[in-house]
Design a binder for this molecule. Structure first.
Ligand code: NAD
Ligand code: ZN
Ligand code: ZN
Length: 348
C-alpha cells in the first residue's frame, strides 16, 4: 500500500510503498477513512533538531485518525469488523497510574509503551495510509451514531486537545467571564466551538488572518481581534478592563504568550497549547496575582468519548477540506503557508 511517510528529519513527506499491516494478539488493524493534517507535523518535519525526540524517521504520518475495524488480532473482544472507530492517538504503557485512567498522553512509564512518548504518526506508523496498525484495542473508541469517520478524525486531536485544555478551566468560565482563543486554525476553531458548547464565557478570538477571524465568528466567537498594536487594549476593553478569565494560546510564540499573559485577569488561567517554542518571563511583578500558567498535551481517552459525543450531537463541527493521499504533501505546504481554513483531512 502507499503511505505518506517522513523519511528523514528536515524534509517533506513522501509517498512510499509499504507492506499492509496485520494484527498480532490484542492488536487491531483499522481501514482509515480520515487522517487529519496537524500543524505539529510541520514542527516535526521541519523544525525539530535530530535527537530532540526519542524516536526517528522513517514512519507514516497522521496522528488523528478514524475509520473502520478491518482485522482483529487474537483475543480482541468488544469490537466488530466494519465498526466505525476513532483512534485515541497517545499510545502509553497501559499500566501506569495515568494510563490506567485513560491518560496515556501523560504516561509515566514511556519505556513500557510501544514507542517512547509517541504513537501512530509520532515515531510509529500513523494514519496517512489505507491501513493503520493499532497496538492495543483499548485505543479504539466506537463512533456514536451521527458521526462519520472523516469528521471524527480531527476530533481525536484538533478537538480533544483544546477540549482537555478548556475543561480544566471550566470552573472559571461562568457567566460574566471571558475566554480568549489565540490562533484560530485546526485546534482554535474547535476551541471556539467547545467554549460555546460547554461554557457561558464571552469568547474573543485572535488571529493574524482575516479568513480565520471570519471562521471564529462562524464558530461562535463574540468578538475577533487582529494581533498587533492595540490588540491587548481591545481584548481588555471587551472585559470591562478586568482581563480574561482564561487565555488559550494555540500558537505558542513569545508574542502570543505575552498577549495571553497581558490579557489575563487576576486568578485567571493561561494555557499554552501551541508548540512554537516561545518563552514567557514570569516574575512577581509581570503577571497578575494568582494567574496559573500551564502547558497541556493532548487529552485523555474518557475526554475523547465526551468530544465524540459533542460531535455526534452537532455541537462540535470541524470545518474540513478533504484531499487524497496524493494531495497530502501539498496540503501540508498549504497549511504551512496559512492557506487552509479549519482542518485538512486526508482520505486515503
Ligand atoms: P494551524 O496552522 O491550523 O493554526 C494556527 C493558527 O494560528 C492559524 O490560523 C494562524 O493564522 C494563527 N496564527 C499564527 N501566528 C499567529 C499570531 N502571532 N497571532 C495569532 N494567530 C496566529 O495549527 P493547528 O494544527 O491548529 O496547531 C496549533 C498549534 O498547536 C501548533 O503549534 C501545533 O503544533 C500545536 N498542537 C499542540 C498540541 C498539544 O497537545 N499541545 C496538539 C496539537 C497541536
Ligand atoms: Zn496534532
Ligand atoms: Zn503509562
Amino acid at each position: 500500500m502507499l503511505a505518506l511517510r517522513l523519511t528523514a528529519w528536515k524534509s517533506d513527506p513522501e509517498l512510499v510503498e509499504v507492506p499492509e499491516p496485520h494484527p498480532g494478539p490484542g492488536q487491531v488493524v483499522v481501514r482509515i477513512e480520515g487522517a487529519g493534517a496537524c500543524h505539529s507535523d510541520l514542527h516535526l518535519m521541519h523544525e525539530f533538531e535530530p535527537g530532540l525526540l526519542p524516536w526517528e524517521p522513517p514512519f507514516t504520518l497522521g496522528h488523528e485518525s478514524a475509520g473502520r475495524v478491518h482485522e482483529l488480532g487474537a483475543g480482541v473482544r468488544g469490537l466488530e469488523v466494519g465498526q466505525a472507530v476513532a483512534v485515541y492517538g497517545a499510545w502509553g504503557c497501559g499500566t501506569c497510574a495515568n494510563c490506567r485512567v485513560g491518560m496515556d498522553s501523560y504516561c509515566e512509564n514511556p519505556a513500557g509503551a510501544p514507542v517512547m512518548a509517541g504513537g501512530g504518526g509520532l515515531g510509529l506508523d500513523g494514519g496517512m495510509a489505507p491501513y493503520l496498525l493499532v497496538p492495543a484495542a483499548r485505543h479504539l473508541v466506537p463512533l456514536p451514531d451521527g458521526l462519520d469517520p472523516v469528521h471524527a478524525a480531527p476530533l481525536t486531536d484538533a478537538g480533544l486537545t483544546p477540549y482537555h485544555a478548556i475543561r480544566r478551566s471550566w470552573p472559571k468560565l461562568v457567566p460574566g467571564s471571558t475566554a480568549v482563543v489565540i490562533g484560530v486554525g485546526g485546534l482554535g476553531h474547535l476551541a471556539v466551538q467547545i467554549l460555546k458548547a460547554t461554557t457561558d464565557a464571552q469568547i474573543v478570538a485572535v488571529d493574524t488572518r482575516h479568513d480565520a477571524r471570519q471562521l471564529a465568528l462562524e464558530c461562535g466567537a463574540d468578538h475577533v481581534v487582529e494581533p498587533g498594536p492595540g490588540a491587548l487594549e481591545e481584548i481588555r476593553r471587551r472585559t470591562g478592563g478586568r482581563g480574561v478569565d482564561a487565555a488559550f494560546d494555540f500558537v505558542g510564540t513569545d508574542t502570543t504568550m505575552a498577549l495571553g499573559a497581558g490579557a489575563a485577569r487576576m486568578v485567571g488561567d493561561l494555557t499554552v497549547v501551541g508548540i512554537a517554542g516561545g518563552t514567557l518571563p514570569v516574575s512577581f511583578f509581570t503577571i497578575p496575582y494568582e494567574v496559573s500558567i500551564q502547558t497541556t498535551y493532548w487529552g485523555s481517552r474518557p475526554e475523547l468519548v465526551e468530544v465524540l459525543d459533542l460531535g455526534a450531537r452537532g455541537l462540535l463541527r470541524p470545518k474540513i477540506s478533504q484531499v487524497g493521499l496524493d494531495g497530502a504533501a501539498d496540503a501540508y505546504r498549504r497549511l504551512a503557508n496559512g492557506e487552509l481554513e479549519g482542518r485538512m483531512v486526508v482520505v486515503p
